[in-house]
Design a protein. Structure first.
Length: 328
């Protein structure tokens, strides 16, 4: 090898990284320059499907009209014009696509999250959020935003990862209620915890698309697994149907907006039967259902304007104390 070729190769080894393609994608509308505003904390859990305008307007108001950031692992910047139209006084609206762990450690990604005055986690696949973001500076950045009272929210998969306990969906397909009731240790049930630290959502697992996709059975299985794993002696669940959102104040007071329902569930303790390849028996799960009118205090775990009943799984079959026996 000639000295010229060797020198050229040596030079390329040092130049090449400068031309490496960035791992993230970033799209911004509004003011290209960041502002710093006074923010007011809060959280939004949205059940997927059609987005709820009022939830975004609530977050914008609490952002002090600062910089609204949407994060996701895949997808487009479709949220940008939607949020900008709802919140014309926001300084900016941006979407940051973070598709792998390399991107999750990029200095630009970290600083962009740090500079947000409101943050939204889009829907998609929560396994990507756990695989790509957990244990990275993205996770640290989200928790830092919560610590400084920046409003944060998410829909569908984005909602899944905001509660302390998470259905992580790491298997090859999502688990259905019938599968989970037949075997609460079904291979499609994968659980994780402690991704985003929202104090009012401690001890809780969340599930979106609840009624639309008939998820009551699987949520009872999630709670039995949470109990057996020693994560909680009385597991709690917030389940939200599509086109509906829960707005949570830092005090723990929560209100419902949208057109469907939110379910607050708590298990009384240990399941009667929660074993491998055995239909689930878990009796007297308390349910408080709120439609578009009503409120719930997460600290006291009690509500107003809703309906109380219990749901039970007996050898994999669901029943409820509601008139007519409806589980929803």
């Amino acid at each position: 090898m000639s000295r010229f070729v060797a020198a050229a190769l040596f030079t390329l080894c040092f130049i090449a990284p400068a031309f490496a393609a960035k791992q993230y994608s970033y799209f911004r509308v509004g003011n290209p320059n960041d502002v710093t505003t006074t923010t007011t904390g809060g959280a939004v859990l949205m059940g997927g499907g059609t987005d709820v305008d009022a939830a975004f307007q609530w977050m914008c108001g609490r952002s002090g009209n600062g910089d609204f950031l949407v994060i996701r692992a895949t997808g487009t910047d479709a949220y940008n014009p939607y949020i900008q139209q709802l919140c014309p006084n926001e300084n900016s609206v941006a979407t940051l696509i973070i598709p792998n762990r390399t991107a999750a450690s990029d200095p630009f990604v970290i600083s962009t999250i740090q500079n947000a005055e409101a943050l939204w986690i889009a829907g998609g696949d929560q396994s990507n959020y756990i695989n790509f973001w957990k244990g990275t500076p993205v996770e640290d950045g989200l928790n830092a935003l919560m610590a400084r009272s920046v409003p944060i929210g998410g829909t569908s998969a984005g909602m899944n990862v905001l509660t302390e306990f998470v259905y992580s969906a790491l298997a090859s397909q999502g688990v259905t209620s019938s599968q989970a009731l037949a075997d609460p240790f079904n291979r499609y049930i994968t659980l994780d915890r402690d991704f985003v630290n929202i104090a009012n959502l401690a001890g809780i697992i969340g599930d979106p698309h609840f009624v639309t996709r008939d998820r009551m059975g699987r949520d009872l299985a999630f709670m039995c697994r949470i109990y057996l794993d020693g994560w909680s002696s009385a597991p709690r669940d917030i389940a939200i149907d599509e086109k509906t959102a829960l707005l949570i104040l830092p005090t723990g007071s929560a209100t419902v907006v949208g057109t469907s329902t939110v379910y607050f569930m708590q298990a009384p303790g240990a399941p009667q039967v929660c074993q491998v390849k055995t239909p689930l028996t878990y009796d007297n799960i308390s349910v408080y259902r709120i439609n578009s009118v009503g409120s719930f205090d997460l600290g006291r775990w009690s509500g107003k304007g809703g309906i109380s009943y219990t749901v039970s799984a007996d050898a994999g079959l669901l029943s409820s104390t509601q008139a007519g026996g409806s589980i929803y």
